[in-house]
Design a binder for this molecule. Structure first.
Ligand SMILES: Nc1ncnc2c1ncn2[C@@H]1O[C@H](COP(=O)(O)OP(=O)(O)OP(=O)(O)O)[C@@H](O)[C@H]1O
Ligand SMILES: [Mg+2]
Length: 249
């Protein structure tokens, strides 16, 4: 499970304090995919980085798989697979070398690493690229390799920032299909996206983040009912109309 309780992140910048994430609370249960939907600069990456212990909240509490990010960051990190666009794979290694390295880092026995690598690479159809340098791979294949690295240790919790960003629809589908399969295996999954279609198709519940604030949260049906609309897009624009959306830096 992921539990975020009133998390806030304030960045001190040259032009003053910026409240990137403002009092955000949500829960994600095992077997559920939660989507953080919001425009550029809404605070999605900052929220996910706090969940993954890469950034300390200015205020608030986070528990991942029962561990506090503040008190047991090592246990949190061992429980999760994290992916973000900013975290590029080392270009001078191959997918095979990277998954083996991360598997060992997670103290996995060699045989288990090999089996998991086989499963992930065949699922993503990247077996034939396993020994090519990341530098030589297409964006889509490099993204699939990054996902394989993030999931090599079969983590209970999956935190993926814009997992389908820049991917063609076939490649994007192989990523969302894998996430759906992981969900049915009881994983706790949170993704961020600014694509309505991804949020609608992939996520069981969606949180709409604008200017760092979680303005609404629920299933698409619940949001439609609450806002008297027929689609997620309409809910989004209804909420966006009420606030002045800040410019992303
Ligand atoms: N390390 C940092 N220092 C200062 N400001 C930051 C830092 N990281 C993020 N910000 C600011 O915090 C706000 C939220 O950024 P964040 O990256 O979380 O948004 P996002 O929702 O992920 O946007 P995008 O869709 O563009 O990825 C932005 O205004 C951004 O400029
Ligand atoms: Mg982002």
């Amino acid at each position: 499970m992921i539990k975020s309780e009133q998390i806030t992140k304030i960045f001190e910048t040259k032009s003053g304090s910026l409240i990137a994430v403002n009092d955000v609370s949500f829960k994600v249960q095992p077997g559920e995919i939660y989507g953080l939907l919001g425009p550029n600069g809404a605070g999605k990456t900052t929220s996910l980085r706090m969940l993954a212990t890469l950034l300390k909240p200015t205020k608030g509490q986070i528990t991942v798989n029962g561990f506090s990010t503040e008190k047991e960051p090592g246990k949190v990190r061992g429980s999760l697979g994290f992916l973000t666009a900013q975290m590029k794979l080392s270009p001078n290694f191959t997918p095979h070398e990277l998954v083996t390295f991360y598997g060992k880092l997670n103290r996995m026995p060699k045989k288990i690493i090999a089996a998991r690598e086989k499963f992930l690479f065949s699922r993503f159809k990247i077996e034939e690229y396993r020994d090519l340098l990341i530098d030589k791979l297409s964006h889509g294949n490099a993204q699939k390799a990054a996902i394989a690295v993030a999931l090599i240790h079969d983590p209970k919790v999956i935190i993926f920032d814009e997992p389908t960003s820049g991917l063609d629809i076939m490649t994007a589908k192989s990523v969302t299909d894998l996430l759906m399969a992981e969900k049915t295996r009881g994983k706790t999954i949170i993704v961020s996206t600014h694509y309505m279609a991804i949020a609608e198709k992939l996520c069981d519940r969606i949180g709409i983040l604008l200017n760092g604030k979680l303005l609404a949260s629920g299933t698409v049906a619940e949001l439609n009912e609450k806002y008297g609309v027929k689609s997620l897009e309409e809910t989004f624009f209804k909420l966006a109309d009420k606030v002045e959306i800040r410019e992303a830096a």
